[in-house]
Design a protein around this ligand. Structure first.
Ligand code: NAP
Length: 267
């Protein structure tokens, strides 16, 4: 399938991730960028509103876009609220979603899994498309077999809408698969300021830092008597996510179920 042309629509093309995805689609010979979904610039060409060469049309109505451009794949890089709607609409149109937008709840994933099964087509939702970040999650799960105590610190730019990050949540979930649930810290500890110990998932503490200048970073800290282990990943620009987007667009054509997390499509 990787040599056959894959028709792609990008939702959120003017966003920081979306711009990189447009560049990716333009430079990948077997991707054909047939349209874009935005909440503004209806019926303008992408090249009219962005510094790109593509003449693909922008649609403000996703139904019209999917009906008229008949893509194979919708790449969604928008906002948590609208990303869920787009993913559902794509599946209803028989279009395979590749979703980088974060902020999907377990209930959202359940609903989308059911819809994917009904339609019998593939979907990939990946909170982190950076291959190094996926390895960080896998290594953390491996370490959790030996370390019971772990805290996750994720650091992102200050325009990020959701906290903790999808990657931090996914890391905590993967660690929880192998780690015996444990309440960490002193049993009598008290937060002098609420939130000082971070959010909690299955006893694992998650801390979110938001600062201008950052892109996407995460450190998973393990501790036991006399030693700590720190596993860290840094994305320095949004191009770092595009190898994962490309892989996902290719892989989603080969599957007939919803896959959550890039770690499930790489060895
Ligand atoms: P961003 O720069 O704010 O881009 C979001 C884009 O979506 C903006 O261009 C926004 O337009 C557009 N948008 C808003 N409502 C829309 C609608 N109804 N229809 C179409 N487009 C709409 O954000 P970003 O940094 O690119 O991130 C986008 C998403 O990807 C976020 O959820 C982020 O957490 C996630 N993300 C994922 C990864 C990953 O590896 N999976 C990596 C980085 C970020 P306006 O600006 O005009 O409102």
């Amino acid at each position: 399938m990787s040599n056959e042309t894959i028709k792609v629509v990008i939702a959120g093309p003017r966003g920081r991730m979306g711009q990189e995805a447009v560049k990716l689609a333009e430079k990948t010979p077997h991707f054909d960028l047939v349209g874009a979904v935005d909440h503004t610039y209806d019926q303008h060409k992408l090249s009219d509103v962005m510094a790109v060469e593509s003449d693909a049309l922008i649609y403000t109505d996703i139904h019209a876009c999917l009906t008229e451009t008949t893509p194979d794949v919708l790449i969604d890089l928008t906002t948590p609220e609208i990303g869920k709607v787009h993913t559902k609409v794509a599946l209803e149109h028989g279009v395979r979603p590749v979703v980088g937008t974060t902020g999907f709840s377990e209930a959202d994933l359940k609903e989308l899994t059911t819809l994917t099964e009904e339609k019998g087509i593939g979907a990939i939702i990946a909170p982190n498309f950076a291959l190094g970040a996926v390895l960080m999650m896998k290594f953390s799960k491996m370490a959790a077999n030996y370390f019971d105590d772990v805290e996750i610190i994720e650091l992102h730019h200050d325009q990020k809408l959701d906290a903790p990050s999808g990657t931090a949540l996914k890391t905590a979930e993967m660690i929880s698969e192998v780690r015996k649930e444990k309440q960490q810290g002193h049993p009598d500890e008290k937060e002098i300021l609420p939130g000082a110990r971070g959010a909690e998932l299955n006893g694992i503490r998650l801390h979110s830092v938001r600062l201008p200048g950052l892109i996407a970073h995460q450190e998973v800290m393990f501790g036991m008597d006399g030693q700590t282990l720190q596993i860290r990943h840094d994305s320095y620009n949004r191009a770092s996510f595009m190898s994962g987007v490309k892989l996902s667009v290719e892989q989603v054509m080969k599957i007939d179920q919803l896959v959550y997390g890039l770690e499930n499509i790489i060895d």
